[in-house]
Design a protein around this ligand. Sequence first.
Ligand SMILES: [Fe+2]
Length: 326
Amino acid sequence: MKYRIAPLFCRPWTLNGMSPKLIESHYENNYGAALNRLNALTHELQTLDVATVPAEVISRLSREQTSLLNSTLLHELYFASLGGDGRAPLETIANAIARDFGSVQRWRREFIALGEGLAGDCGWVLLTYVPRDGRLINQSTSDHAQSIAGGIPILALDMYEHAYHIDFGANTTAYVAAFMRNIHWQAVEARYTDATSVPAPRRLEQPEFGDLPSITPEEVQELLDSGQRVQIIDTRPRHYSTRAQDIVDGAVWRDPERIDEWIGTLSKDEPVVTFCVYGFHIGCQSATALRKAGFDARYMAGGHYAWKAIKGRVKLFNEGVDERGE
Ligand SMILES: [Fe+2]
């Protein structure tokens, strides 16, 4: 594949406080160089003999390709971020920014701070939409390669020295201020609208027990912290429990194969949360059996390990086993 040069989106002679010379040099010498190098490297990668070339060489070329591809993508976005009057975002993007940052003013301060924070360094400041979360986030990168996986940047500020030195010398504060004065909000809003039409990646849900009500470990933690009464039953299989070191603090272990023996000890007045090792079959089956018996039971998604992964409190396993469980 050969990457093609994108025309300049902004009209350099219309920019407020940024000279055509700066934009021309940036476009030709930096964006252009990245594009040419990207094409050369892509050709090299596509034609090398992967059977004989050492892995570290392939790895280095691939990393450089990623960095150059990001450099070209971000430069195109940078030039497409300029050319407006920068004053106030349009209604749709302004509302989205206010929703995710508190206010446009707050967002602006944070974005400018990220730019000024890169003074003397090099990197990008991006306003990025994340389809998974349905929200915008500011990010500061220290090179071309860092980006939020699945994120769609809609506004880019180039903080490499080549982006400002001709006009501003080392005065990055003045450069960032000039950038903010020239933001093309119509274009940013159009990109935001496009980004929000990208569907979120499919959720990480297990299909098998898809209809069974679940609860996240974070929600269980909130229930416990709020002091609400909840019956938390660890139903990890017996063979697993013999080598278990710890158990959710607040849970008791019950043998899932002996549910008929312990079901009578539960109260129907309080919700029940069950879980197993990873949140698949056993915890779900226990919750299903309890629901059939009339309990308000849900399984904890992700099970014991998701609880541990969010640093939920645990205690020694033996403390979770009482005479009914053994
Ligand atoms: Fe640049």
